[in-house]
Design a protein around this ligand. Structure first.
Ligand code: 3PG
Length: 212
C-alpha cells in the first residue's frame, strides 16, 4: 500500500470538509491537529476548496491534506496542483483513477459493490472508499463485501459518527473511517475551532482499543 495511505491508516480517521471561506482553512487545520486528527479531506463542493487546500498545504506542514468529491481527472489535476496529497471520489471513475495512478497520486475511489472492487483491483488499487456506508448496509455489508478480497482495505464514509464508528473500527478490512461529523459546515462557518478539536478528540478516544 502507498505510504500516504498507510499514514492515514495510522491516524484512523478522515475528516470530510466542506469549506466556504478560504480564510477558515488554516484555523480549521490547526483544530484538526490539536484534536489529534492531522488529516483533512477538503471536498470540491465549494469554490473555496482549491484555495483552502493551498493554504493548508503551505502553512501546516504537519497536516495531511487531500481533496474529496473529485469527480474528473481535470479536478484531480487541479487538486494536486493546489497541494492535495491524496484524492477521494464518491464513485468509481476509471479516468480519474488512471490519471492518479499515472501521476503517482494515492486515490480512493468510492465503491459499493464487488464488481467495482474487481475493476479497481485490475488497475492495481488496494484501498477504496465504501460510500455511502450507512445507506449501503453499514458495517455488516462492508464485512460481507470485503470477505472475498483478502488484503483489500476500505475507508467507509457516509452516515458515520461517534455513535457508530466502533462498528466499523472493529473490522480488519477498515483502513480508516471518514466523515463530516467532527467538521460540520456550521461549526466551520461559525469558527468553532475548540468544538471541532473536542469532537476530534472524542473520535480518537472511540478508536482506542482498536488497531489503528
Ligand atoms: C462524503 O463526501 O464523503 C460524505 O458527504 C461524508 O459523509 P457524511 O457527511 O455522512 O459523514
Amino acid at each position: 500500500m502507498n505510504d500516504m495511505l498507510q499514514k492515514i491508516g495510522k491516524i484512523g480517521l478522515v475528516p470530510v470538509i466542506k469549506i466556504n471561506n478560504p480564510s477558515h482553512a488554516v484555523p480549521l487545520g490547526k483544530a484538526l491537529i490539536s484534536g489529534g486528527i492531522p488529516v483533512a479531506e477538503v471536498t470540491f463542493r465549494t469554490d473555496a476548496a482549491e484555495e483552502a487546500i493551498r493554504r493548508m498545504r503551505e502553512e501546516l506542514p504537519d497536516l495531511i491534506v487531500g481533496a474529496g468529491t473529485v469527480i474528473s481527472p481535470e479536478l484531480a489535476k487541479k487538486a494536486v496542483a493546489a497541494g492535495a496529497s491524496f484524492i477521494v471520489s464518491p464513485g468509481f471513475n476509471q479516468k480519474t483513477v488512471e490519471w492518479c495512478l499515472e501521476n503517482d497520486v494515492p486515490v480512493l475511489p468510492g465503491i459499493n459493490n464487488p464488481s467495482l472492487i474487481e475493476q479497481g483491483l485490475s488497475l492495481g488499487l488496494d484501498v477504496f472508499k465504501f460510500f455511502p456506508a450507512e445507506n449501503y448496509g453499514g458495517a455488516s455489508m462492508l464485512k460481507a463485501l470485503s470477505a472475498p478480497f483478502g488484503s483489500v482495505k476500505f475507508v467507509p464514509t457516509g452516515g458515520i459518527n461517534a455513535n457508530n464508528l466502533a462498528d466499523y473500527a472493529r473490522l480488519d478490512s477498515v483502513l480508516a473511517i471518514g466523515g463530516s461529523w467532527m467538521v460540520k459546515s456550521d461549526l466551520i462557518d461559525n469558527e468553532q475551532w475548540e468544538q471541532i478539536a473536542a469532537l476530534c478528540r472524542e473520535a480518537r478516544l472511540k478508536l482506542q482499543g482498536f488497531s489503528f
